[in-house]
Write a protein of this length. Structure first.
Lengths: 315, 422, 420
């Protein structure tokens, strides 16, 4: 029982991290139709800015200042580059952000070097808050969890309950009408893109110190973010939340299961030849295949339910 | 028919020229480079069947390239260990093609329902999944180590062992000419035209009775088949295959080549493959910032010249056809504009190189060699020089660009009036 | 149109290739293929800097063969096996006769195999592989080759040292093995299983796991919970890079009290990304050939360390690059030529000076042998680790030395030697 509980809890922690990362992307995609390949790069920038700021004025200011800087960077990217590419279509936008991904990674190496930087959890949050069956949980991890939950609640209510949220939603589907009502649609898009990047930046601030802040972090986190938003349903915030937690729990659970197909075969009283080629597959334990499970989920989802968990249109 | 013959003769000319190349540039570095170019030309042109001809942006096309490579290596090792019957090395790309076609049909069936960003994302998902699999199914893919082989197996017809690089180069060249010619012919067939129609206007294509998905699927499968042939040659060339060959990095590289070269024109990807392979093998040794320049070039092309390099050249076709003098009249304003851009770029490159230098090395006095000249990265003068160059470049561009644009507009308007007169 | 394009292409390519015509010079070149970009760039760049430093020392002392200089030519493999092979091809094309590499046994394996084919097909143009840190045992066993020399202890030797130290601590009863799933990690796993059974039968293996290597696992919490429930008191791991740092961080964050016995957890980049608090929460034991704070650290080596500090602004991490370069220079000098075959004959069985007695290149398998020191990361040290002017506030503290005779293991190498 304990084991199940803390596996689920670990899964939740990891899942909420994924949610923080992907919420900005799903927001941008849902609102603007832009698939931002460089999303994880903004996450990385968030971690680096937080490192630099917390070195001088501390972690709490960094928590606010770093996402603001990222929001500004994101808005500038939208204003001076994406808007120009927009006329060539969404694929061109995607291509541009693919180039941007390389540019940001190289710029980060240029400024902070290729060595991981020493960005650490602040002292006052670095203690064990509680423990569960022998495993301690750090106060910082809980702090991150609380912020990520708050992030979901605020985003969700802003988008569905407030006037600003309604304008944003309308600007996507009916830009001409919104524009004729006196709203500046390009500006709305710029703000949405900035906000989406800021969310990634915030995730970077919070996760950079536990994952390690280094130039390759964008590459290692990028693909999983796409899995989350496709599985959740493109543009659905709720979907992103559910998909993140699902992937988090699936992966964490899988790692704790040391069973292979061979165990099952032996369990029912059969055996397979040691030399057989099938051993390649049947000897693998579930914990070993854990890294492909998210992508397998993605492929299965695309085959059987292309709109994702909560999406309202097919992929 | 005459047209077909003409195109055949062009292919033969290209083939002959490429066959002579290693006799002119006989250093082994040139040979290695040419072999690599040959493989990547096949792969990039195959990729462009999707991107340029079919309008499908894939981030996972290396799957077919890489899996074909793995299959070829395993078969070659099997032949070497005499557990498999002999299969002539010359025909190995056929194995790759079959493997590529098989996986292309399989994955294509699932992923070609939609084009655009959705397709791109699915391809990325597949790419990541296969990459992850190579690290997990260690017995087949051998994970991070990759697999080695020895291509000198079996009998040696006419004394050809495929040991020396020159023999592999001619093998690659042979298949390069054949496959590229085939892919060129495909673009001229009704199927090729249909593929373009589906790219440009899927609704209309569906309306005249074509299954859009089916056309995409066929294009996808064919493209994967040629990618597989390239993968096989890649494996033979290096006698090794690793997970990087199926990864998104490889897919990204081929995307860069096709797009920078120009996805809209058949020659574009070839230009891109040759140019980027050359720069990748040489420039990467001189500068740490090679990937930064590549990313900047790519983004710049997406923003300002979506047709790629080939697109820029083809753009001037109508002018050249109308009046040669018109084209020469463009040269001067163009040179001025390019000159001012280059001035700015030199400044930018200087700054980037010095920044990189400072981030890398903490020793010495800060001497850094940029453009064969020694600068001091810690001295204020060198920074001022480069910043001055950038400002100068921007200033000059502001003057020269309107001039270039004016001449272009003038030339095009002449062309337009000529056409309307005809 | 096509014809014009071809003409243009020919013109450009002629110019380009003409500019690349190779120039002969009098230097002895050693190509070093390491990651200079990607997730493990920091490790590769430090090693390149180290080699450049030792080459420069030799050159400043007058070079070899009456004034010839040694030049280190770096090649970036981005930690990608294919890129390694492509760069190696370039090394061959540029007629460089010595290659050195160390980060990642997967790359070393590919270099050994590729050079094996090259040396067989091109007699008289052999290339020697000076392996400074790739430790997979098979390289000096079944894969051994006359043109390969390993200047680091192999995994079996290092694990033997770790296990000998573990037997001295009676509180170690249950050990958890966690390794990276590639040539090196598998080699570590096999050695640990075998040597624990041979030398420490009282220690029980309660977990044995291979993970996907090189920073692909972001969240180590599930592994930590597995380790917790297994009741292990010690983790024996060959992990390095982010895989080591993240594992240790995750155990510290969940307040799991275990001992770490590792080979590479003390690599500077790992220490920095963990920080002093994490690095010293649990004892992290590593095994190296020497370290600065050891009481027996000889004065002449201290001088070299100080020189290195001036050169690179870094504290020394390991000593193997020093004796590799010194022995290489001596072998070239003795052979009287820079021909790899002659140099190889001289290197066989050669001895050099080490931090704790002599170091010795065993002739039968080209494996270096020396005393090894076990140390743990500590903040209570005389000299803390300095990296690019940044003081990490920690370094290594000696736990004990293992004599070379304790880690000398038999080899299965059957080497084919060319005629002398």
């Amino acid at each position: 029982m304990d084991v199940i509980l803390f596996t689920l809890f670990n899964g939740l922690l990891y899942g909420m991290l994924l949610f923080m990362l992907s919420s900005g992307l799903t927001l941008i995609f849902g609102m603007m139709g832009v698939l931002n390949f460089a999303h994880a790069s903004f996450f990385m920038l968030g971690a680096y800015f937080a490192y630099q700021i917390s070195k001088y004025i501390g972690f709490i200011p960094a928590l606010f200042i770093a996402p603001l800087i990222i929001a500004f960077c994101g808005a500038m990217v939208e204003k001076y580059a994406l808007r120009r590419v927009h006329k060539f279509g969404h694929v061109a936008e995607l291509l541009f952000t693919f180039g941007l991904f390389y540019i940001i990674e190289e710029l980060v190496q240029m400024i902070w070097g290729k060595v991981p930087v020493g960005y650490h959890v602040p002292e006052y949050l670095d203690f064990t808050l509680f423990s569960m069956s022998g495993m301690g949980y750090q106060a910082y991890a809980m702090f991150t969890l609380v912020i990520s939950v708050a992030m979901f609640v605020v985003l969700f209510s802003v988008l569905t309950k407030t006037r600003a949220g309604l304008i944003i939603q309308a600007a996507l589907t009916h830009p001409e009408i919104v524009s004729s009502l006196g709203h500046n649609v390009p500006r709305v898009f710029m703000l949405v893109f900035g906000l989406g990047c800021a969310l990634a930046g915030l995730a970077g601030v919070l996760a950079g110190n536990t994952l390690g802040t280094e130039p390759s972090m964008a590459l290692s986190l990028g693909p999983i973010v796409f899995v989350v938003i496709v599985v959740g349903g493109l543009g659905s915030l709720k979907g992103a939340l559910v998909a993140s937690i699902l992937i988090g729990v699936v992966q964490t659970t899988a790692i704790s299961l040391d069973y292979s197909i061979n165990n099952f075969i032996e369990f029912i009283g059969l055996s397979v030849d040691v030399e057989s080629l099938w051993r390649i597959i049947i000897d693998l334990t579930i914990s070993q295949v854990a890294p492909i499970l998210p992508y397998l989920l993605l492929v299965l989802m695309l085959i059987f339910r292309p709109r994702g968990l909560y999406g309202n249109r097919d992929v | 028919m005459a047209n077909l013959f003409k195109s055949f003769s062009t292919w033969i000319i290209i083939g002959v020229i490429a066959a002579i190349l290693p006799l002119i540039f006989d250093s082994s570095f040139a040979l290695t480079l040419l072999s690599k170019m040959g493989v990547l030309i096949i792969f990039t042109v195959a990729y462009n069947m999707l991107l340029g001809q079919g309008g499908m942006l894939s981030f996972g096309h290396a799957i077919y390239f890489g899996l074909a490579g793995y299959a070829s290596i395993h078969i070659m090792n099997g032949i070497g260990a005499e557990t498999l019957p002999y299969f002539p090395t010359v025909l190995f790309p056929l194995i790759g093609a079959v493997v590529g076609l098989f996986f292309g049909c399989l994955v294509g069936y699932v992923s070609t329902r939609r084009a655009g960003t959705a397709f791109a994302m699915i391809s990325l998902g597949f790419g990541e999944m296969v990459t992850a699999m190579t690290l997990i199914f260690v017995l087949f893919f051998n994970g991070e180590d990759g697999i080695q082989t020895d291509r000198m197996v079996g009998p040696e017809p006419f004394g050809i062992t495929f040991g020396p690089q020159i023999e592999i180069y001619y093998l690659i060249l042979f298949w390069c000419v054949i496959t590229v010619a085939l892919m060129y012919i495909i673009t001229k067939t009704p199927f090729g035209r249909m593929s373009n129609a589906v790219r440009d206007n899927p609704e209309r294509a569906a309306f005249i009775g074509y299954s859009v998905r089916r056309v995409r699927w066929q294009a996808f499968a064919l493209s994967s088949m040629f990618a597989g042939a390239a993968g096989s040659l890649h494996a033979l060339n290096y006698e090794h295959i690793g997970f990087e060959s199926v990864s998104v990095i490889q897919s990204g590289a081929v995307l860069f080549m096709a797009f920078i070269g120009g996805a809209g024109h058949f020659l574009g990807p070839i230009v891109g493959a040759i140019g980027l392979t050359y720069l990748d093998s040489t420039l990467a040794d001189y500068t740490e910032a090679w990937l930064l320049y590549l990313g900047l070039t790519f983004s710049g092309i997406v923003m300002f010249a979506p047709g790629g390099l080939a697109g820029l050249i083809v753009m001037h076709g109508p002018i050249a056809r109308t009046d040669k003098k018109l084209l020469t009249s463009l040269v001067k304003p163009y040179l001025l504009a390019i000159g001012s851009v280059v001035t700015g770029l030199i400044g930018l490159i200087g700054i980037i190189e010095m920044l990189y230098f400072r981030s890398l090395i903490s020793k010495g006095e800060g001497e850094v060699i940029i453009f064969w000249t020694e600068f001091n990265a810690n001295g204020i003068t060198s920074w001022l020089i480069f910043i001055g160059l950038i400002l100068g470049g921007v200033f000059l561009s502001k003057k020269t660009f309107p001039m270039a644009k004016e001449s272009w507009d003038h030339a095009i308007s002449v062309v337009k009036t000529e056409i309307s007169h005809e | 149109m096509l014809i014009k394009f071809i003409k243009l292409f020919l013109l450009i390519s002629t110019l380009v290739f003409y500019s690349m015509a190779s120039k002969a010079d009098e230097k002895i070149k050693i190509a070093i293929i390491e990651p200079m970009s990607g997730p493990l760039a920091s490790v590769g760049l430090d090693l390149i800097e180290g080699l450049e430093f030792f080459a420069e020392r030799i050159n400043n002392a007058g070079g070899v063969l009456g004034g010839k200089h040694i030049e280190i030519v770096p090649y970036d493999n981005a930690m990608v096996a294919e890129k390694t092979i492509q760069q190696l091809r370039k090394v061959i094309d540029e007629d460089i006769r010595y290659v050195t590499q160390g980060v990642g046994s997967n790359h070393a394996l590919n270099i050994i195999k590729t050079l094996g084919k090259h040396n067989k097909r091109n007699p008289g143009k052999e290339i020697m592989f000076l392996n400074h840190s790739a430790v997979t045992t098979s390289f000096t066993n079944e894969l051994c080759n006359f043109y390969h020399f390993r200047f680091d202890a192999n995994v079996d030797m290092k694990v033997a040292a770790l296990v000998s130290q573990m037997t001295l601590d009676p509180s170690i009863k249950k050990v958890y093995l966690l390794n990276q799933n590639y040539a090196y990690g598998q080699s570590f796993q096999a050695a640990a299983r075998r040597l624990l059974a041979e030398r420490a039968p009282q220690i029980e293996i309660v977990g044995d796991e291979l993970i996907v290597p090189f920073g692909k696992i972001l969240d180590f919490n599930p592994y930590v919970s597995k380790i917790t429930s297994s009741g292990a008191d010690t983790i024996l791991t060959g992990n390095w890079g982010p895989d080591a740092a993240r594992l240790i961080k995750a155990t510290t964050n969940s307040q799991l009290k275990v001992k770490f016995y590792t080979i590479y957890a003390g690599i500077p980049a790992a220490m920095n990304s963990m920080g002093a608090k994490v690095s010293t929460f649990n004892p992290i034991v590593q095994v190296t050939e020497s370290h600065e704070n050891d009481s027996t650290h000889p004065d002449w080596l201290k001088e070299i360390d100080a020189e290195y500090m001036e050169f690179a602004n870094k504290s020394p991490y390991a000593d193997r690059q020093r004796f590799m370069m010194e022995m290489f220079a001596a072998a070239v000098e003795q052979a009287g030529t820079a021909d790899p075959t002659q140099v190889a004959w001289e290197l066989e069985g050669m001895t050099g000076r080490g931090a704790h007695g002599d170091v010795f290149m065993r002739a039968e398998d080209h494996q270096m042998h020396f005393d090894m020191v076990l140390s743990h990361i500590s903040t209570n040290v005389e000299k803390t680790f300095i990296y690019n002017n940044e003081d990490y506030g920690m370094a290594y503290e000696t736990d004990g030395w293992v004599d070379v005779s304790d880690i000398t293991l038999p080899t299965t190498c059957k080497m084919k030697r060319p005629k002398r």
